[in-house]
Design a binder for this molecule. Structure first.
Ligand code: CO
Length: 135
């Protein structure tokens, strides 16, 4: 079951340039920075109420974020829904005819399991499902 919007992913060229905007101009505080090697990104997290912002900077020209920036420039990259059961949620999406980018969830930033649904199947919004990793 989807219980919340967990975060918005925002593609930026440089965390060092984008983070100060959120801190100085909006008064938010960067809580956490983390590199996700498998996705070739560096991330910076902010919290706004119950929703997080995940700034994403590419670490390589072949990063998915580098390709996104090339095509679209900086801006909103994905919407992430928090779910209680990511496997079941992926199954439901697939059963509904949705094209999955990830058939299996993988470990993303912030100690969460994540999987993406293809924007061609989601009316143009790259959609992430995420759930805490059960340990
Ligand atoms: Co995300």
């Amino acid at each position: 079951m989807i219980t919340k919007i967990d975060h918005l992913g925002i593609a930026v060229r440089s965390l060092d340039e984008a983070v100060p905007f959120y801190e100085k101009s909006l008064g938010l505080k960067c809580e956490h920075r983390e590199e996700v090697a498998s996705q070739k990104v560096r991330t910076a997290f902010f919290t706004v109420g119950e929703v997080h912002l995940e700034l994403l900077e590419p670490t390589s020209p072949d990063s998915p974020i580098a390709k996104f920036l090339e095509k679209n420039g900086e801006g909103i990259h994905h919407v992430a829904f928090g779910t209680t059961d990511i496997e079941a949620q992926l199954g439901q999406a697939a059963a509904g005819g949705c094209r999955l980018i990830n058939e299996e969830p993988f470990e993303g930033a912030g100690g969460k399991l994540v999987a993406f649904l293809h924007p061609k199947s989601t009316h143009g919004v790259l959609t992430e499902l995420c759930a805490p990793i059960a340990r």
